[in-house]
Design a protein around this ligand. Structure first.
Ligand SMILES: *Cc1c(COP(=O)(O)O)cnc(C)c1O
Length: 460
C-alpha cells in the first residue's frame, strides 16, 4: 500500500509549463568551444550564421551568458496543446522486475509527431515566422523531426522542404504521408536537386543516404533560396535549450511528490532529449552538490559516438559544408549500418553533451546492440502498456539494468529516464524482432578508423 502514495501519473497544470528555457551553458565551467568557420578556422560570427539560421536562433546558439531565456507567449500557447507531458511512475515495470528501485519516465510520445522533437520545432518555426521568412528547409532521418517541423510550419503557415534519408523514406512511407499532410514537401536524399547531392550520387549512385548527407542538401537549399533558413532537430545548442523544458517539467513534478532522481538516463543520438531532460539536474552536478544525480547516456552499438568516438573538431555533415563543432564524433563520412533506431544514427554528438561527458559531468555512456534494445522494449510494452520508440528503448535497457542492480543490493534508488517517443512508426522493426530476423551489427575498429581518417586536423 505504501507504494501507492505516489500516483501513476504526475501531471502539472498548464500554468506550471515553464516560462523560460534553462541555458545550461551559462553554468558550465569549461569554456564552450566555439563553432568554427571551416575556411578560416575562426569562430563563426553572427553575420556568417545569419544566412543559415534565423536571427533570434543565431543569438540563442551563441548565448553562453543568460541562464534563462524567456519562452514567448505564442510558443507557450502551442506547448499547451500537448504539454505538460506526464511524469509516469512505472509501478508495473518495477513489479515485473521485482526491484526496490522507483522508476519514473517522462513520456514525450503523446503528440502526433510522436516524440520530444516538437518542443524545438515550434520554437524554430516561430522565430522564422517572426522574421518574416517564407519557409524552412531541414533533413530528417527516421522521420520524427521532419514530422514535428511539418506540424509547426503547417500551424504557422510556413513552407517546409524536407530532405529525408533515402533508406528511411523507403522503409517508412507512412512518415512521408504524415509530413505531406501538414503541407511540407519530402525529397529522398541524396537527390539530384542539389549540387552536394549530385556529388554524393556520383561517387555512390546506390547511396542509402545518411543524416549528414541530408543536412548538406538542406543547408545548400536554405542558403541559396530567398526567404529560407535551415532548421536542425538536434545537436545544436539552441535545440538543447528548447528541450530543457523536459527536465524543468520533470523537476517540478518531482518537487510535487517530494522525490528526487538518483539516476537520470536517456538515449543519445544528437543529444537533445537527454540534454534537455538532464540539464536542470546538471546544474547541481556542476556546482558539486553530492545530491546530484548520476547521469547515463545510452547509444546503439552500431553508432557508438560517445563510447568509441573521438572528441575533436569535426564537420556536422557529410558534404563538409557546415561549420566545425568540437564534439564526440565517428567522422562525418561514417555510415552506420541500418539500425532501426534511426534517430540515433548520427556520427556526431551535441557539443554541450560532449563537453559534459568529457569533463566527467555525464558519468557514463553505454552502447547496446539492437536485439537487446528490443528485448527491453518488449518487456516495457508488456509491463507498462506503452510501445516505446526504438530510440527510447535504449534508455529502457539501461533503466532495467540499473533497477536489477538495485534488486541485488536492495537499494531503493529513484531512476528517471526519458521515454522520448512512441514506437508506432517502427512496427516494421518490431516485426523483424518478433520473427527473429533482426540482426546486430557492431562496427570493427577498421570501420571506425575509416571514419576517423576523415576528421580534419584542427587544434582546440
Ligand atoms: C530523434 C529522436 C531521438 C534522438 O535524438 P536526440 O537528439 O539524441 O534526442 C531519440 N528518441 C526519439 C523518439 C527521437 O525521435
Amino acid at each position: 500500500m505504501s507504494k501507492q502514495k505516489v500516483p501513476y501519473k504526475i501531471y502539472l497544470s498548464e500554468e506550471e509549463i515553464p516560462k523560460a528555457w534553462y541555458n545550461v551553458r551559462a553554468d558550465m565551467k569549461t569554456d564552450h568551444r566555439p563553432i568554427l568557420n571551416p575556411g578560416t578556422l575562426k569562430p563563426m560570427t553572427p553575420e556568417e550564421l545569419s544566412p543559415v539560421f534565423c536571427d533570434e536562433l543565431v543569438k540563442q546558439e551563441l548565448n553562453d551568458k543568460d541562464r534563462f531565456i524567456e519562452i514567448p507567449e505564442d510558443i507557450r500557447n502551442f506547448y499547451k496543446m500537448y504539454r505538460p507531458s506526464p511524469l509516469v511512475r512505472a509501478y508495473c515495470l518495477e513489479e515485473a522486475l521485482g526491484t526496490p528501485a522507483k522508476i519514473y519516465y517522462k513520456y514525450e510520445g503523446g503528440n502526433t509527431s510522436g516524440s520530444h522533437k516538437l518542443n524545438s520545432a515550434i520554437a524554430q518555426a516561430y522565430y522564422a515566422k517572426q522574421q518574416g521568412l517564407v519557409g524552412l528547409t531541414t533533413e530528417t532521418g527516421a522521420g520524427q523531426w521532419g514530422t514535428a517541423l511539418s506540424m509547426a510550419c503547417g500551424f504557422l503557415g510556413l513552407d517546409l522542404k524536407v530532405f529525408m534519408v533515402k533508406i528511411s523514406a523507403e522503409q517508412k512511407p507512412y512518415r512521408k504521408g504524415v509530413i505531406e499532410t501538414f503541407g511540407a514537401s519530402v525529397t529522398p536524399s541524396p537527390s539530384n536537386t542539389t549540387q552536394v547531392g549530385r556529388k554524393i550520387l556520383e561517387s555512390d549512385p546506390d547511396s542509402n543516404g545518411s543524416l549528414g548527407c541530408a543536412i548538406s542538401e538542406a543547408v545548400e537549399v536554405a542558403v541559396t533560396t530567398e526567404g529560407y533558413r535551415y532548421a536542425l532537430g538536434s545537436v545544436l545548442n539552441q535545440v538543447l535549450l528548447h528541450q530543457s523544458i523536459l527536465g524543468m517539467e520533470a523537476k517540478t513534478a518531482f518537487e510535487k511528490i517530494g522525490e528526487y532522481p538518483d539516476i537520470v538516463i536517456g538515449c543519445a543520438g544528437g543529444g537533445s532529449n537527454l540534454g534537455g531532460l538532464m540539464s536542470p539536474f546538471m546544474e547541481e552536478k556542476i556546482v558539486g552538490k553530492d545530491t546530484a544525480p548520476y547521469f547515463i547516456a545510452v547509444e546503439p552499438a552500431s553508432c557508438p559516438t560517445l563510447t568509441r568516438g573521438k572528441f575533436a573538431y569535426d564537420f556536422c555533415d557529410t558534404g563538409m559544408v557546415t561549420p566545425l563543432a568540437k564534439m564526440y564524433t565517428l567522422g562525418a563520412t561514417f555510415a552506420p549500418s541500418g539500425s532501426h533506431a534511426g534517430g540515433l544514427r548520427y556520427h556526431g554528438m551535441s557539443p554541450i553533451l560532449s563537453q559534459l561527458y568529457h569533463d566527467g559531468f555525464i558519468d557514463e555512456a553505454r552502447s547496446v546492440v539492437q536485439t537487446d534494445v528490443f528485448k527491453a522494449a518488449e518487456m516495457f510494452a508488456k509491463a507498462e502498456g506503452t510501445l516505446p520508440a526504438p530510440e527510447s528503448a535504449h534508455a529502457i535497457h539501461a533503466t532495467i539494468e540499473e533497477a536489477l542492480k538495485c534488486k541485488e543490493t536492495g537499494e531503493e534508488k529513484t531512476i528517471l529516464f526519458g521515454l522520448s517517443g512512441t514506437g508506432y512508426f517502427d512496427i516494421g522493426a518490431y516485426m523483424q524482432y518478433n520473427d527473429g530476423t533482426m540482426v546486430d551489427s557492431i562496427p570493427t575498429d577498421e570501420d571506425l578508423q575509416r571514419g576517423f581518417a576523415a576528421i580534419p586536423n584542427v587544434e582546440g
